[in-house]
Design a protein around this ligand. Structure first.
Ligand code: NAD
Ligand code: MG
Length: 351
């Protein structure tokens, strides 16, 4: 039996804690290092770190797989380190891939390792695409629940509170991604993530609203066939898939009950009410550090909303404003990327 050495970054978060449970229950997975942002984690793993740059921890851990479950741009160093060193990267921290974009892909090219998405939609896409030749694929379809405010009019969102935004209908997640799910910024980040993971142009990455989150993604093929990936909304499945790839270990996730009636509904997202989805796509099409600026402005605005400093609709307004003011020129290295992230943050009116 070969045991995989795993590092869990963001071990105290929603994804991190679920990963620790899966590792604990699987004799073929060994936790060798763990990190958190601020919560003490002494004794959780042979090597632990709270806050700061995790590069040295990664150097010492000699891991087979790095699970990056840090939230936000703070995860970018870990993503680039794993890609550069060819250590398998199980990536929950979508913000780092979106922000680093071409820099991350160049690091992956040099490192030659695996990049396995933990985001449920992208994990599903990876499984649907398998070894299929790219010319068979017409488009990728990302599904999203539509969040707690699906079906509302813009005026009805003016006064919504952080508590209302944090009440997600189908997934239980950390606060930042839960707000992103309510604004559809999360689906926007996921369009960008899909572009960098699978190399398709933006006009071949679709988004559809699917309220029950049973279908995680679809792939349209050129002959008209559409493949779908189904399962209950439970992150243990994509986390386990990435940690045990390609073995696909058993998980405690319940089997999908087909006998008691499964209705699958889909609808188009409302871009007038949820402009962040469109703004993300535009940032992707403009390229350079526009995706980095989109992410940075969104992170600052979401935190301001959670702190009660701005309203829900102000999040999208702030991001739109920042995207109009940055120059978006490409970053040639990590230092320039960090600089682009910082400049975008400073432009958010609430900062
Ligand atoms: P969370 O807020 O529950 O946990 C975040 C973790 O990151 C914590 O361990 C925290 O201590 C750590 N952290 C925060 N700031 C840090 C910093 N500056 N430096 C180092 N560590 C820091 O978040 P989450 O919901 O687990 O999400 C983690 C990532 O996974 C996000 O990028 C999110 O978009 C992605 N994701 C989450 C889910 C989900 O179901 N929760 C689903 C898909 C993708
Ligand atoms: Mg997702």
């Amino acid at each position: 039996m070969s045991v995989k050495r795993i590092v869990v970054l963001g071990a105290t978060g929603s994804i991190g804690r679920q990963a620790l449970e899966l590792i604990d229950a699987n004799a073929e997975l060994e936790l060798v290092a763990a990190s958190s942002g601020t919560t003490p984690i002494d004794g959780l793993a042979p090597l632990t770190q709270v806050g700061g740059d995790v590069t040295e921890l990664l150097e010492r851990a000699r891991a087979d797989v790095v699970l990056n479950a840090i939230v936000g741009f703070a995860g970018v160093r870990a993503t680039l380190w794993a890609l550069e060193h060819g250590v398998t990267l199980a990536l929950a921290n979508k913000e780092s891939l979106v922000a680093a974009g071409d820099l991350a892909l160049a690091a992956k090219e040099r490192g030659g390792g695996l990049l396995l998405p933990v985001d449920s939609e992208h994990s599903a896409m990876l499984q649907l695409l398998a070894d299929r030749s790219p010319d068979q694929v017409r488009s990728l379809v990302l599904t999203g629940s539509g969040g707690p405010f699906r079906g509302r009019r813009r005026e009805e969102l003016e006064d919504v509170t952080p508590d209302e935004a944090l009440a997600h209908p189908t997934w239980s997640m950390g606060p930042k991604i839960t707000v992103d799910s309510a604004t559809l910024a999360n689906k926007g980040l996921e369009v960008l993530e899909a572009h960098f993971l699978f190399g398709l142009p933006y006009d071949r990455i679709e988004v559809v609203v699917h309220p029950t989150s049973i279908v995680h993604a679809l792939v349209r093929l050129r002959d008209g066939a559409v493949l779908a990936h189904l399962g209950y909304p439970d992150m243990r499945m994509p986390i386990s898939y990435a940690l045990t790839y390609p073995a696909r270990a058993a998980t405690p996730v319940p089997q999908l009950d087909l006998a008691s009636g499964l209705t699958l509904e889909f609808e188009a997202p409302n871009l007038d009410v949820f402009p962040l989805l469109m703004l993300a796509r535009e940032a992707g099409e403009r390229g350079g550090t526009y995706p980095c600026a989109f992410n940075a402005a969104n992170e600052v605005a979401v935190q301001a909303f959670l702190d009660g400093r701005i309203g829900f609709l102000d999040i999208a307004a702030a991001v739109e404003d920042v995207l109009e003011r940055v120059d978006g020129s490409p970053a040639r290295d990590l230092q320039e990327l960090i600089e682009a992230d910082r400049r975008a943050r400073e432009l958010v009116p609430v900062a």
